[in-house]
Ligand binder design. Structure first.
Ligand SMILES: C[S@@+](CC[C@H](N)C(=O)[O-])C[C@H]1O[C@@H](n2cnc3c(N)ncnc32)[C@H](O)[C@@H]1O
Length: 258
């Protein structure tokens, strides 16, 4: 395991991915709600944050990052090389990596668990690494949504094609760049994940399943395809039991350790 040179945590805007208060899409609104939960629940003063699979982007509020020691761990050395907001950067596997018990106030695992074959191992590591009262924030795709089902069934080359040609991400598929191969362990399913984390000794503080940001993005970039998908989603919603919206492709959860 490589331990990269320690850096200050500047928490400047370019490397952060933050919604503005006026953003009206569901993903931004939920992320802002998560920020409020963190601000209202974490203690004042200096904090220790572990960003597991943190890659090169943080979704945490600058005020929180600015007063924290941030440890970013990622299995991809190219991602870690581009990360410029961490205090400490490590190339490592979050499924097996263990820190001293109770080292962190907050563990963030954002858009990562869908890539892990051993989600239990990662969650156990997070639980050990958190101190009592510490918070765990997980963001992940909903495997039962339209985008979740397509992502699970489609081969990796299709993901790369989608990123390159629909999302116009020219770097898609290059080393250290999205999309990363997905596994979709059964625990990525929200009810199972919530039950597992609760059994590890946590209480829920926040949970929201929301419309994936891919839809507003697509409505802007490729309106014809977006209209087809919106129509298909409405038809599926009409025949599926319960009040589901198959466009609710992502979720955020925050748990507090007892
Ligand atoms: C979709 S990216 C998300 C990165 C960042 N959290 C974000 O939201 O921008 C998934 C990240 O998980 C990392 N990853 C996948 N498996 C991992 C593992 N076993 N241990 C550590 N990081 C892993 C990938 O290298 C990648 O950087």
């Amino acid at each position: 395991m490589t331990v990269a040179a320690a850096q200050p945590a500047p928490a400047s805007q370019p490397e952060l991915n933050l919604p503005t208060a006026s953003a009206d899409d569901a993903a931004s609104q939920s992320l802002l709600a998560v920020h409020r939960v963190l601000d209202n629940t974490l203690p004042p003063g200096k904090l220790a944050i572990y960003e597991a699979g943190g890659g090169s982007t943080s979704y945490m509020p600058p005020g929180l990052l600015g007063r924290s020691e941030i440890t970013v761990v990622d299995i991809d050395a190219d991602q870690i090389a581009r990360c410029d907001y961490a205090t400490t950067k490590r190339v490592g596997d979050i499924q097996t990596l263990r820190f001293d018990p109770g080292q962190f106030n907050l563990v963030v695992c954002f858009n990562v668990i869908e890539h892990l074959p051993d989600v239990e191992g990662a969650l156990q590591g997070f639980a050990e690494a958190l101190r009592p009262g510490g918070l765990l924030f997980i963001g992940a795709p909903n495997p039962h949504s339209l985008s979740g089902v397509v992502t699970r069934l489609a081969p990796h080359w299709f993901h790369v094609w989608y990123y390159r040609h629909i999302l116009k991400d020219q770097k898609a598929g290059q080393p250290g760049c999205a999309p990363f191969p997905t596994v979709f362990h059964p625990l990525v399913s929200l009810p199972r994940l919530q039950a597992f984390i609760t059994a590890l000794g946590f209480e829920p503080l926040y949970a929201k399943v929301y419309e994936s940001p891919r839809y507003p993005d697509m409505r802007e970039r490729v309106p014809t395809l977006a209209r087809v998908l919106d129509g298909a989603a409405l038809a599926m919603n009409a025949v599926l039991p319960g009040r589901v919206d198959v466009r609710h492709g992502d979720y955020h959860i925050v748990f507090r350790k007892h």
